[in-house]
Design a protein around this ligand. Structure first.
Ligand code: NAP
Ligand code: MG
Length: 506
């Protein structure tokens, strides 16, 4: 089952490692969660295991009527209680949900492995990381507070008081992608619920399963009916109905820049508020003095983590021309040791791409790189056998006009460019030559170089000697076409709050 990505074809996964809990879940009906009840939808989505191509389950899919019912339930839950629930009530629900996620972490991780293809080592973090997020945001409700500020001049009233209130924004439509399904659901739900908002969540059609298990935990945790509604469905149908629904106050979206732009245009009809976490093409800049024992495996992981299906992926690598050949040789050697296989095999470092259709897109990008004159240094091929596996791929002699350098591939493709002894502004100009600005990293032992580069990179998240270390308290989001707003931390909560100024004549 397990093979070097550069040699062996994969045998089909025989499924023996699937737990009884996951098997039982897969065999049961998969309904929509509306107003605290599991209800049928008009359509069905068949979701597959991308490592085998085999169907896992048939999932009910909602249309405009189910979105309307879910929005009504969310509105009723908002007005009738959740917006005015005490901080202690909200925190208690969030903390209970975190505990339940820890209880069920193994099966939650397993569902994401099966549905998305992610390797077990990563799935091990996702439920625990989701629980961490709910616990972090459980600490916020009691801390949501306004300010007092000098009042405006009121004729005939020498004394007055002005203060601000932070109020929950209302009913939120949340639309998420397939690349880290459970984490995406938790990232969206935790701050919105802490702020006092109610939610209609539309998971990605490729990965509908873990959100449904989470929905059952939300019921068990004691959230009032209608506070969280989960409507699986097709983006153009259920997603579009959510975006155009007149009683939704805000859309919080994570996904492609293309769909993000479409959502903005649709939301303009009633000026719905929108926050966006979109694509990336992040730079990784390696200075000649970098610790290569640290950097080489980390560079490979930055590019190939989640098979490159990761908005933060470090896909544009910049090497000093004097170190290019040495670092490239080490990168190729390391990449050849990376194990690829079914996510349930604990030895797999990398899993499959999300689908064969997506693999075709990645292969087309590789072909375009070769056609545009880049040198294929390693990988570049689909693995034979079932599933949607693709070799981790490195291109050298890349330049900024190539599609593989400009566009987000969302696959395991690293592009390498070089820089010379020019000043840091020139290196930063190369690194900033992108429509995106989500992440990035700088590798050097020299503190001054590191911090000067950080100041020059136009990106929402830049790391030094590591790549994209995220946490519940660390703001995350994009400059340029990588998005609007920041998730995580206090800024993540602000996405779901309005400010009301109040002046009192005394
Ligand atoms: P996508 O095609 O944009 O889809 C994202 C979500 O939007 C899915 O639930 C999709 O439904 C839905 N959708 C599609 N068309 C819609 C429409 N017309 N109206 C409303 N909703 C619609 O993205 P993806 O392929 O799932 O995910 C990959 C992208 O996500 C990459 O570009 C990646 O960079 C980005 N991403 C960004 C971040 C970040 O934090 N910045 C994190 C992860 C991923 P369907 O599932 O039915 O298509
Ligand atoms: Mg699937």
């Amino acid at each position: 089952m397990l093979s070097s990505p550069l040699t062996q074809p994969l045998a089909p996964f025989d499924g023996k490692a699937i737990s009884a809990a996951a098997r039982g879940f897969l065999a049961q009906p998969h309904h929509l969660l509306i107003d605290g009840k599991w209800v049928e939808g008009p359509d069905r989505i068949v979701t597959c295991d991308p490592a085998t191509g085999l169907p896992l389950a048939e999932v009910h899919a909602g249309g405009a009527a189910q979105i309307d019912a879910a929005v009504s339930a969310a509105r009723a839950a908002f007005e009738s209680g959740w917006k005015s629930a005490s901080p202690a009530q909200r925190s208690a629900c969030l903390n209970r949900l975190a505990q339940l996620m820890r209880r069920d972490a193994a099966v939650l991780g397993e569902l994401d492995i099966l549905d998305n293809g992610m390797p077990a080592w990563l799935a091990g973090y996702t439920a625990e990381g989701g629980a961490d997020l709910f616990e972090y945001y459980a600490g916020w409700p009691i801390r949501i507070e306004g300010v007092t500020t000098p009042p405006p001049p009121l004729p005939g009233a020498p004394e007055a008081l002005t203060y601000t209130l932070r109020e929950p924004l209302g009913v939120i439509g949340q639309i998420i992608p397939w690349n880290v399904p459970l984490s995406m659901a938790c990232m969206k739900l935790a701050p919105a619920l802490a702020a006092g908002c109610t939610v209609v969540l539309k998971p990605a059609e490729e990965t509908p399963l873990s959100a449904l298990w989470l929905g059952e935990l939300i019921r068990e945790a004691g959230f009032p009916p209608g506070v969280v509604n989960i409507v699986n469905g097709i983006g153009d149908v259920a997603g579009a109905a959510l975006v155009s629904h007149p009683d939704v106050d805000k859309i919080a979206f994570t996904g492609s820049t293309q769909v993000g732009k479409h959502i903005i245009r649709e939301a303009a009809a009633d000026l719905k508020k929108v926050s966006l976490e979109l694509g990336g093409k992040s730079p990784v800049i390696v200075f000649p003095d970098a610790d290569l024992d640290l950097a080489v495996p980390a560079l490979a992981m930055a590019a190939f983590f989640l098979q490159g299906q990761n908005c933060m992926a470090g896909t544009r690598v910049f090497l000093h021309e004097d170190r290019h050949d040495d670092i490239l040789a080490r990168l190729i050697a390391y990449t050849r040791t990376m194990t690829i296989g079914h996510g349930l095999d604990p030895a797999s470092q990398l899993g499959p791409l999300i689908s064969r259709e997506h693999r075709k897109r990645v292969a087309d990008y590789v072909a375009s790189g070769i056609a545009q004159g880049a040198t294929l240094a390693c990988g570049g091929k689909a693995l034979e056998g079932p599933g949607a596996f693709f070799q981790p791929t490195i291109f050298t002699h890349c330049h900024p006009d190539m599609r593989i350098v400009r566009e987000e591939i969302f696959g395991p493709v690293m592009t390498i460019q070089t820089f010379d002894d020019g000043d840091l502004d020139a290196i930063a100009a190369q690194a900033n030559q992108s429509d995106y600005g989500l992440s990035g990293s700088v590798w050097t032992r020299d503190l001054a170089t590191a911090h000067k580069m950080v100041a020059r990179i136009r990106s929402g998240h830049v790391s030094i000697n590591c790549h994209s270390a995220v946490g519940p308290n660390i703001p995350f989001g994009g400059y340029k076409q990588s998005g609007w707003g920041r998730e995580f931390g206090k800024e993540g909560l602000d996405l779901y709050l309005e400010t009301k100024a109040v002046t009192v004549r005394l």
